[in-house]
Design a protein around this ligand. Structure first.
Ligand code: NAP
Ligand code: ZN
Length: 362
């Protein structure tokens, strides 16, 4: 049994400014990796730029990271700064910029890294990453994973090297104005991480501490999530639950709902958290160890799986696809050995098809 999280975590308002001396220790030139708009609006980009100026660190901004970033984008960013002697990366945004930054950091450190190396060579390392998340969902700020869209296989894929950010700064001020649909989808991603981790083969007493604590915090935000005015306190709880979700999947990985959701994102543009969470009710219903399922529901303060299903529908709505796609998507997850390995017992393609049919409008 083991548990390893090497990321330094600072939580609280203004934590970036409070630790600017520490940021200075990473070097003299930073690449800022972010999305197109949100970091300019929520104050995070301005905050880091003024801190870098105050500590005399030069920076270059790459602000073209799209949602579900592609392999092409990370090579584009690394190529842009190839002659710049970048010491470290500051990643700002949701899981997409954070994951992209991990891959960009690898290519900067290993300029000969190929498309194939990213997915096959576990030995590659990265220049240091500082993560400033602005969505509460993926937990990427503390995980070693980076999920990229690989158009060659028409799916999403985790890169082979494990890259933990060196440090993460969690400041709720950057989360206050997240629109409702993104708040819900990212919160559902956290919920999926906590539940899937607990039901993974690799779950252990260390990871389960984070699951229990994360589910409790998440449960306290249920009302806020369905209402139109989620409070700052609730956002803070979701942020902490998201980081706990990241810590637990770092140990256990994720499971079937994540693998089943990837084609919904790739082919239908459904946001990652929603694409995953729609499978949770069916996943819980069929899971063999119902004692563990009861623990999850009790901690979430939800009576039974039927009520859980109603709640997920209320938050996520429903997802419709054509029936003949189910066979193709089931085959994809059936071939995803990593996700199947995390499931504690053998599962047939027919059982996966049933979960797709129960979870989607067909
Ligand atoms: P995201 O794709 O990073 O961002 C979604 C949207 O939210 C973007 O339009 C973004 O705008 C916007 N946004 C970000 N912060 C905002 C803020 N504070 N206020 C308003 N809008 C904001 O979404 P995500 O759900 O966080 O990340 C999903 C990605 O993470 C997927 O690729 C998924 O596979 C991956 N993932 C990774 C892990 C891991 O362990 N590494 C775990 C789960 C999921 P801008 O583009 O303008 O910034
Ligand atoms: Zn996820």
């Amino acid at each position: 049994m083991s548990f390893y999280i090497p990321t330094n975590i600072f939580f609280g308002e203004d934590c970036l400014k409070l630790h600017s001396d520490y940021i200075k220790t990473f070097g003299n030139k930073a690449l800022i990796v972010t999305g197109r708009h949100s970091s300019k609006k929520n104050g995070s980009l301005n905050d880091i730029l003024s801190i870098l100026q105050s500590i005399n660190v030069k920076s270059i901004i790459y602000d073209k990271i799209e949602e579900n970033p592609s392999v092409g984008t990370v090579f584009d960013a690394a190529t842009m700064v190839k002659e710049e002697n970048i010491d470290y990366i500051i990643a700002i945004g949701g899981g997409s910029p954070l994951d992209a930054a991990k891959a960009i950091g690898i290519i900067i450190k290993h300029p000969k890294c190929t498309y194939q190396d990213l997915f096959e060579n576990k030995e590659l390392t990265s220049i240091p990453i500082i993560a400033i998340p602005t969505t509460a969902g993926t937990g990427s700020e503390v995980t070693p994973y980076a999920v990229l869209t690989d158009h060659k296989i028409c799916n999403k894929r985790t890169i082979a090297p494990k890259i933990f950010p060196k440090v993460t700064f969690l400041d709720v001020r950057y989360f206050i104005n997240i629109p409702k649909d993104i708040t819900i989808s990212t919160a559902l991603d956290t919920l999926s991480h906590l539940i899937e981790s607990f039901l993974c083969e690799t779950s252990n007493p260390f990871s389960e501490c984070f699951v229990e604590q994360g589910l409790r915090l998440w449960s306290e935000c249920k009302k806020g999530l369905v209402s139109d005015n989620i409070t700052k306190k609730e956002r803070e709880k979701l942020l902490m639950a998201s980081t706990f979700g990241g810590m637990t999947i770092t140990e256990t990985g994720t499971s079937l709902p994540h693998g089943m959701g990837y084609p919904l994102t790739y082919y239908h543009g459904i946001a990652h958290g929603k694409a995953t969470a729609v499978f949770l009710p069916s996943f819980l219903k069929h899971y063999k160890n119902q004692e563990k399922v009861e623990f999850i529901l009790k901690t979430l303060n939800i009576n039974d799986v039927d009520n859980f299903e109603k709640f997920i529908k209320e938050l996520a709505g429903s997802v419709s696809i054509k029936k003949d796609l189910i066979e193709k998507y089931s085959q994809k997850i059936y071939e995803n050995k990593k996700k199947l390995r995390n499931h504690p017992y053998d599962i047939s393609k027919e059982e996966i098809i049933i979960m797709y049919e129960e979870s989607l409008n067909i």
